[in-house]
Design a protein around this ligand. Sequence first.
Ligand SMILES: *[C@@H]1O[C@H](CO)[C@@H](O)[C@H](O)[C@H]1NC(C)=O
Ligand SMILES: *[C@@H]1O[C@H](CO)[C@@H](O)[C@H](O)[C@H]1NC(C)=O
Ligand SMILES: *[C@@H]1O[C@H](CO)[C@@H](O)[C@H](O)[C@H]1NC(C)=O
Ligand SMILES: *[C@@H]1O[C@H](CO)[C@@H](O)[C@H](O)[C@H]1NC(C)=O
Length: 838
Amino acid sequence: MRLSSLWGLLAAASLSTAKHLPARNYSSHDYYAVHLSSSTSPAALAEHLGLEYDGPLNALESFHVFKAPKHNNDIVDDAVQELKRKRRKREVGSEFNLLDDVRFTQKQKLKPRHWKRNRMPEVVRDSTNPADIQRDIVRALQITDPIFGEQWHLFNVKTPGNDLNVTDVWLQGYTGKNVTACIVDDGLDMDSEDLKDNFFAEGSYDFNDHEDLPRPKLSDDRHGTRCAGEVSAGKNNACGVGVAYDSKISGVRILSGDITDMDEALAINYEYSKNDIYSCSWGPPDDGKTMQAPGILIEQAMIEAVQKGRGGKGNIYVFAAGNGASADDNCNFDGYTNSIYSITVGSIDKNNLHPYYSEACSAQLVVTYSSGSGEAIHTTDVGANKCTSQHGGTSAAGPIGVGTFALALEANPELSWRDMQWLTVMTAVPFDQPSDWTKTSIGKMFSHQFGYGKLDAWAIVELAKTWTPVKPQAWFYSPWMHVKKPIPEGDTGLASVFEVTKEMLKGANFERVEHITLTMNVEHERRGDLSVELISPDGMTSHLSTARRDDEVALGYIDWTFMSVAHFGEKGIGKWTVIVKDTKTNGKVGNFTDWKLRLWGECIDAKAQKLRPMPTEHDDDDHDVLSDHPAHTTSVSVPPESPTVAVPSDHPERPVNQKPKPTATETSAFETPISATITATATATASSAPDNFLPSPFPTFGVSKRTQIWIYGALGLILIFCASLATYLFLARRKRLRESRDNYEFELVNDDDDDAGARTGMLAGQGGRRNRARRGGELYDAFAGESDEDLLSEEEDGGYRDRDEGEEAYGEENFNEKFNEKGSDAGESNGSSSDRRT
Ligand SMILES: *[C@@H]1O[C@H](CO)[C@@H](O)[C@H](O)[C@H]1NC(C)=O
Ligand SMILES: *[C@@H]1O[C@H](CO)[C@@H](O)[C@H](O)[C@H]1NC(C)=O
Ligand SMILES: *[C@@H]1O[C@H](CO)[C@@H](O)[C@H](O)[C@H]1NC(C)=O
Ligand SMILES: *[C@@H]1O[C@H](CO)[C@@H](O)[C@H](O)[C@H]1NC(C)=O
């Protein structure tokens, strides 16, 4: 061993005992996150490249941080590339070079700041006397907190039932003891009288100012403290109480200064053996035109925590859904909220109405109370004994979820991160608001707007007590499905199908679905025109993506991963159909390039199941590789003017599009029928298939002009494409035709392609085509603003609007009616005994 590497090991050893890296200074230095094989000395590499070694990146095993004075080049990557070049040119031989041990390197870039997800509500104070609270609860629990009476989300006197249903959980003795939640935000006022007793310094750090305590310093550093109060404000004489008022609360400060992916990776799993739950009420801009996912380091850091945190049971990540609904934003365009590792929490207001800001998406698991209808969340604020009545947005909903999960963890500390998602699915309460509520295969109602419903603390804690932990996570990946077809403009779509067989899942040790992710590439001249639906074998539709009026980006989707929680509990076996639509007829067109389906869920045999290998940047680089997976795609093309097929009667229970609606003329983004008239026709496979796949009752409209087929391997799986499916679709289609005025429908093309595990179909249309958009680039959109607080007021937005989407269809009057009814109920109750709830 050379002297330098010995020295390096020593240096590394001494550095790694230091808890924190030296403070970063992004104005003077560049920083590199480098993954080295464990045999390599970081100091030797530093010496070799003229870098300074700062120490190990605690967020990830075998990652190290190096720095160099600011420089335009990427010193590490340039050296790695240079070595490769020289080897290619044989200027150097293949003998070992230190750089061979560099498995990953990333020069750190400053990130656009995340948006906090609070909203300043227009608070209309009404004069109800808070003395009307349930005095016996207060007495029994000896709550002396002065604003407890205003904390309607904990106990709602005015509209009984519109709260978290938590007080009986407290009375049972569950208050968050021995559970720690970490607020990843703009700081946490650990000196606040309401927080100081629960504050947990060991789990806290300031990644903006590189100090041990995440003290709020900027004038608007209030957000984290408010969130912390919702979770863990103590039972004392200050302000109100948190949902888990005996839990411990830590804070990690990242939103108040420049950070890089490396900092965020460190922050997001900071002290993951001591922090149990991470509360994240922020994310990429909710401006309706950003599409941004956590970088690979951050993703890996979350997985590290989920695999190793809490003694291997996994940390619980909670993300606020996002406040961009009125800008057509959708939480599936946010890679944090659509991570399978996070529980995404949206908002409802005190009347159970959808507040104008709260985003919908297929990745949203649940909602809980926040601002809207003139009220907001009352919680602790920065200051010795300061309270606010103004905490709102999905920012305020997330921490209520965090507090609730803390109670469930106290009741059953064995729960894994996936158990918590299961418990949420099983106990969330659907409520009487119009949305695209659809019954899932396991009998739960799901809505893209409200997830599985609203959180009920009592219900989740009750179930947590007796819950048997689910078996380890298994996964099944489809091969890349190559579509490479133009997407017709308008209400038609382009469909592609992959069939999952029983054998495939058995081979993957896969028992039942929890999450679905779908990674896809679409080249398009205007990204906001696109929408994507995924229909499961059980007939459940996930609206993975919806059109966004302001999203002008001319790139389409580049290796973007959408996620859905709408398929929890499905078996997963059968045909999964993805339908891409170009919803606007504006001459801006594009192509559906390819997609890859991933099923995540519970394994069959726990003993045989391994942990997911850490994903890398290159996992999806196999787009064009022909796999030996026994599946292939057949593209199905459609002639430009394909006639619409008339469709017969009803299908009894296909659970799609059953959103209650007053009229058939209004459609929301989430009820667009999946289907269009399709005309489809399949095309031949290289090996077989006739040109016409339609079963006899269906006319074939202009069969394939072009036949393209991608064969993955020679293995054959018999795809029996059956009359029953055809009939089913036929029926479903007719029903839909009757019910909607959408001028298209869809039908799966019969596929006699016997050895197909997969197939692609195309929906009818006047297909368009244009210039190919580039691949690559553009992970981050421009950061569009500093704060979301004053972008929209409720007044401007009429308090309730998802433009052009179905919500308006229900009419404000309807809501007002409901609202008023409740209002008068509340009036009565105010006069009556305070003991309305038991
Ligand atoms: C960071 O570097 C800049 C430029 O060298 C310097 O002016 C500044 O004082 C440094 N900041 C800290 C906190 O050391
Ligand atoms: C609330 O909790 C109680 C138990 O205290 C339970 O009986 C009830 O079903 C829960 N839900 C609602 C909506 O009250
Ligand atoms: C508190 O939790 C830790 C792990 O999270 C556990 O080891 C310990 O036994 C718990 N203590 C109590 C009193 O439940
Ligand atoms: C779609 O594909 C066609 C044919 O390959 C190509 O000419 C066109 O430029 C593509 N469109 C886009 C938007 O990339």
